[in-house]
Design a protein around this ligand. Structure first.
Ligand code: ANZ
Length: 794
C-alpha cells in the first residue's frame, strides 16, 4: 500500500503559495536569459472552463515549464477576449448588465485557472473589455481610417428578419439559418465598416514562405487568399461603357462566344434603357441576390441566366459580335464580376452554352475530353494559330491592350456590427454627415449604458440619449455618433502586443517592449482560426508596421494547431448528446496534475487529431502519480547501474520528446522508469532528478515531493536534469533475424557489432538455427542496428 496521495490538499497548498510568492510572474525583462514568448489564444469568458480549455492551456504549460527550467525567461500570458454576442444574449434573456455578466465570468474563470496550476504570467494579462485596452483598439482604428485602411463601403450582410439584426458569419448555421431563432437568413446590401485587407493580399501570401508553420496551415491561408494569375480584357459593347472581364486563360480569347456578368454588376442598372427585356432581367437578379456564393458556385446545380436583349459586345480578338448574359454562376466579388465565356474549354461555360444554344468554338486541340481544359497549340485563333497556349497568353493580352494582373478570392474584412457588446466605432458625423475620427483625448470612447438591447433592426447604440448628448457636448450641436461596434476579431488582432506592455498609458505597446519580447516564439491554437484570426492578426501587424507602430512584419514565428478532445462516445462533446466531461468534476476526483497528464498522454500535441475521453485512461494516470508519490519509500543508499542508466536514458528521451510536443511518449518513458525504480529502489539523488524531470507535467505533486525531501526553494526554479551521454547510451540492441524475408527470431548484441558478429550470434540463436539446417546461406542483408535477413536455398 502506498503512502496516501491527497492531491486535493497538495494542490490547494501549492496554489496558495505560488499566488503569494508570484513565482510565475515574468516581471521585467532579464537580459541575462534568453526570452521565449509562448502564446495560446485567449478565451471568451463564457463562464465556465470546459475540457477544450484544459487541453488548450494545461498541455502547453508542460512546454512552458520545461523552457523555464532550461533557463529561459518565458512569457506565458493569459487574458480574456471578452466582447461578443453571448453577453448581449444573456442581457436580453435575463435582463442583466452585459458588463456585470462578463466581469463575473472572468473572475470565476480566473479561479478555475488557478485550480489548473499553470505557470501563467498573470502580471501581463489583458482583457478586451477593459477601457484601457479598447482605448487602443479605437486609437488604431482612427489611424487606419486616416490612412485609408479602414473605410465604410457597400457590402452584402447576413440579415435575420425575425431578430431584426445583422449576424456575423459565425452566427449563420450551415443551412443558412439564424443560430438564435432558426429563421432563414437573408442577404442585404448595406453600408458597412471594413478593413482593406485585400491591399495586403500579396504580402500575406508571400510572407508565409519564411514562417516556420506546418505546411498545411500555410496552404489553407494561400487557398483562402486565392491569388490567381490572369488578365483583364475589355470588350466593347453596343450601348455604353466596355465590359471588363477577368480571365486566367487569355489564350482562349478566340473561343469566347459570349459574355456573362454577375447579377450585381452595375451594367444592369446603368443600361436599364438599353436592355429590351429589363423586367425579366430584374426579376432574375432579385432571386439571384438571395442565394449565397456557396450555392452559386455549386457545380452540380443546373446553370441559369438571362440574355440581355438589345446588347451586343465585340470580341477584341476576332472582331465578332457576341451576346451578353447575366447569370448567377458569376460572382460580383471576384475579378471584375464579368467573364468571357469559352464553352469549349471551361466546364461551366460549356454547360451554359449547351442549355442556351450558344456557339462552341474550339481553340485548342485537346485530348478528346470535352471540355478540354489543358494547354497546347492554338487553333481557330487567327494569327496566333500554332502558338503554344502558355506563350500566347501574353501575346494575346498585348494585342488587345489588356493587362496581366492578379486577382484574389480574399474580400475586405467586414468589421462593423449592429450590436451592443463590442468596441464602439470611434467616428462621429458633423451636421453635413461627414465622418470624423474621435481625437485621442476623448478615448476610450466608452459604451453608453442607457440602451435597450432588444433587437429592432436599429443598432442598440442609436437609442442612447447619453451618447447623443456626449457627442453634442464635445463636438457641437447637430453632430451624431456612429452607432456600430467592432467585431471581436478586431480585439484579438493585437492582444499579444498589449500583453507585453499592459500598463502603458501612452502607447498601445512600446517599441522597447516589442524589442524585448516580440516576436512570438510559439503560438498554440485551434484549427478553426486558420483563415480567420490568424489571417486578420497577420494583416493587422502589417498595417501597424506600415504606420511605424511595430517592428516586425509577422507576429508569430511558429504556429501549431491542436486537435480536439471528444466525448467518451467518440462524438464531439455537446450538452444535447450528454457526453460532456466537466473538468472541475475531474479535478475534484483525481486532481489537476492527473487531468493535465491524462490530456497530454492522449496523443502527440500539435497535430490536428481527435481523441475520445477514456475513463480507464485517466485512472491509469492517477495510479502512476500515486506510485510516484510512493517512491520515497524506495530510497536506498546505493542503486543498481541499471537504474542509473535508465534514469539517464529517460531524461534524454523526455527532453527530446518535449521539444517535439510529444508529451505522450515522454510520459510513457517516465512510467517505464518508475516501474524499475519501484522494483530495484533508487538513490535520493536519482529521485530528485526524476522529480525535476516530472515537474513540468505534475507541478503540484513534484513541488510537494521536492519540499518533503528537505528543499526550501521551489522545484520550478530548479534547472532541468541533463542526461549523461555515456550513461544514456544503449549498451545492447535487439536485431530481428529474418530468413527469406520471414521473421524467425532476434539476437541481442552491442550497438557497434559488425555484420559478421551479428551473423555469428544469429547462428547460435536456437529459434533461428532450426531453419538453417540443411540449407545454404546464399546472401546476407544487414541493416545496421535493425535487421538481419538471410536468403537461403536448399
Ligand atoms: C475564360 C476562361 C477560359 C476561363 C477557360 C477559364 C477557362 P480562378 O482560377 O479560380 O481564379 N471567372 C472570372 N471571374 C469570375 C467570377 N467573378 N465569377 C465566376 N467565375 C469567374 O478562376 C478564374 C476563371 O474563372 C476565369 O478564367 C474565368 O473564366 C472565371 F478555358 O476566363 B476564365
Amino acid at each position: 500500500m502506498h503512502k496516501k496521495f491527497d492531491s486535493e490538499a497538495i494542490e490547494k497548498k501549492w496554489q496558495e503559495k505560488w499566488r503569494e510568492t508570484g513565482i510565475y510572474n515574468v516581471g521585467e525583462r532579464d537580459s541575462s536569459k534568453e526570452k521565449e514568448y509562448v502564446l495560446v489564444e485567449w478565451p471568451y469568458p463564457s463562464g465556465n472552463l470546459h475540457i477544450g480549455h484544459w487541453y488548450a492551456f494545461a498541455v502547453p504549460d508542460i512546454y512552458v515549464r520545461f523552457k523555464r527550467m532550461l533557463g529561459k525567461q518565458v512569457l506565458y500570458p493569459m487574458g480574456f477576449d471578452a466582447f461578443g454576442l453571448p453577453a448581449e444574449n444573456a442581457a436580453i434573456k435575463r435582463n442583466l448588465d452585459p458588463k456585470k455578466w462578463t466581469d463575473e465570468n472572468m473572475a470565476f474563470m480566473r479561479s478555475q485557472f488557478e485550480r489548473m496550476g499553470n505557470a501563467f504570467s498573470w502580471d501581463k494579462t489583458a482583457s478586451s473589455t477593459d477601457p484601457e485596452y479598447f482605448k487602443w483598439t479605437q486609437w488604431m482604428f482612427t489611424k487606419f481610417y486616416e490612412n485609408d485602411i479602414a473605410y465604410r463601403g457597400k457590402g452584402i450582410v447576413n440579415w435575420c428578419p425575425s431578430c431584426n439584426t445583422v449576424l456575423a458569419n459565425e452566427q449563420v448555421l450551415a443551412d443558412d439559418t439564424c443560430e438564435r431563432c432558426g429563421s432563414s437568413v437573408e442577404k442585404r446590401e448595406m453600408d458597412e465598416w471594413k478593413m482593406r485587407i485585400t491591399k495586403y493580399a500579396d504580402r500575406l501570401v508571400d510572407d508565409l514562405d519564411a514562417l516556420d508553420w506546418p505546411e498545411a496551415i500555410k496552404e489553407s491561408q494561400r487557398n483562402w487568399i486565392g491569388r490567381s494569375k490572369g488578365a483583364k480584357i475589355s470588350f466593347k459593347q453596343s450601348t455604353s461603357d466596355a465590359i471588363e472581364v477577368f480571365t486566367t486563360r487569355p489564350d482562349t480569347l478566340f473561343g469566347a462566344t459570349f459574355l456573362v456578368i454577375a447579377p450585381e454588376h452595375p451594367l444592369v442598372e446603368s443600361n436599364k434603357d438599353g436592355i429590351a427585356n429589363y423586367a425579366d432581367v430584374a426579376a432574375y437578379v432579385a432571386t439571384a441576390k438571395q442565394k449565397d456564393d456557396q450555392d452559386r458556385m455549386d457545380a452540380t446545380k443546373e446553370k441559369t441566366g438571362v440574355e440581355l436583349k438589345g446588347i451586343k459586345a465585340v470580341n477584341p480578338g476576332n472582331g465578332e459580335e457576341i451576346p451578353v448574359f447575366v447569370a448567377d454562376y458569376v460572382l460580383m466579388g471576384y475579378g471584375t464580376g464579368a467573364i468571357m465565356a469559352v464553352p469549349a474549354h471551361d466546364e461551366r461555360d460549356g454547360e451554359f452554352a449547351v442549355k442556351f444554344g450558344m456557339q462552341i468554338v474550339e481553340v485548342l486541340k485537346g485530348d478528346g475530353h470535352k471540355p478540354y481544359v489543358g494547354t497546347g497549340k492554338l487553333i481557330n485563333s487567327g494569327e496566333f494559330n500554332g502558338m503554344d497556349s502558355e506563350e500566347a497568353k501574353e501575346a494575346i493580352v498585348k494585342k488587345v491592350s489588356g493587362v496581366m494582373t492578379n486577382t484574389y478570392r480574399l474580400r475586405d474584412w467586414s468589421i462593423g456590427r449592429q450590436r451592443y457588446w463590442g468596441v464602439p466605432i470611434p467616428i462621429v458625423y458633423d451636421p453635413e454627415g461627414k465622418a470624423h475620427t474621435i481625437p485621442e483625448e476623448h478615448l476610450p470612447w466608452i459604451l453608453p449604458t442607457d440602451v435597450d438591447f432588444k433587437p429592432t433592426g436599429e443598432p442598440p447604440l442609436k437609442k442612447s440619449q447619453e451618447l447623443q448628448e456626449r457627442v453634442e457636448r464635445i463636438f457641437g450641436k447637430g453632430w451624431t455618433p456612429d452607432y456600430e461596434t467592432m467585431d471581436a476579431f478586431v480585439d484579438s488582432s493585437w492582444y499579444f502586443l498589449r500583453y507585453i506592455d499592459n500598463q502603458n498609458e501612452k502607447e498601445l505597446s512600446s517599441v522597447k517592449a516589442q524589442e524585448e519580447w516580440m516576436s512570438i516564439d510559439l503560438y498554440f491554437g485551434g484549427a478553426e482560426h486558420t483563415t480567420m484570426h490568424l489571417l486578420y492578426s497577420r494583416f493587422w501587424q502589417k498595417a501597424l508596421l506600415d504606420l511605424g507602430l511595430v517592428k516586425d512584419s509577422e507576429p508569430y514565428k511558429k504556429r501549431l494547431n491542436r486537435g480536439l478532445v471528444l466525448g467518451p462516445d467518440g462524438n464531439k462533446m455537446s450538452k444535447s448528446k450528454g457526453n460532456v466531461i466537466d473538468p472541475d468534476e475531474q479535478v475534484s476526483r483525481v486532481g489537476a496534475d492527473t487531468v493535465k497528464m491524462y490530456l497530454a498522454f492522449m496523443g502527440p500535441y500539435g497535430e490536428v487529431a481527435n481523441y475520445p475521453w477514456d475513463m480507464g485512461g485517466i485512472a491509469g494516470l492517477r495510479r502512476f502519480l500515486e506510485r510516484v508519490n510512493g517512491l520515497t519509500d524506495h530510497i536506498k543508499t546505493e542503486e543498481k547501474l541499471e537504474v542509473t542508466k535508465l534514469l539517464h536514458k529517460t531524461v534524454s528521451k523526455v527532453c527530446g520528446d518535449i521539444a517535439l510536443y510529444k508529451f505522450n511518449t515522454a510520459i510513457s518513458a517516465m512510467m517505464i522508469f518508475v516501474n524499475l525504480a519501484e522494483k530495484e529502489g533508487l538513490k535520493e539523488e536519482s529521485l530528485k532528478a526524476f522529480i525535476r524531470l516530472l515537474a513540468p507535467f505534475a507541478p503540484h505533486l513534484c513541488e510537494e515531493l521536492w519540499s518533503n525531501l528537505g528543499n526550501t526553494t521551489s522545484v520550478h526554479n530548479e534547472t532541468y536534469p541533463v542526461a549523461d551521454a555515456d550513461l544514456a547510451a544503449d549498451t545492447e540492441v535487439t536485431i530481428g533475424v529474418q530468413i527469406n524475408g520471414k521473421s524467425r527470431g532476434a539476437v541481442t548484441v552491442s550497438p557497434e557489432a559488425s555484420e559478421d558478429e551479428v551473423l555469428a550470434a544469429a547462428k547460435l540463436e536456437p529459434s533461428v538455427v532450426k531453419y538453417l539446417d540443411g540449407v545454404v546461406i546464399d546472401k546476407v542483408i544487414y541493416v545496421p542496428g535493425r535487421i538481419l535477413n538471410l536468403i537461403v536455398k536448399p
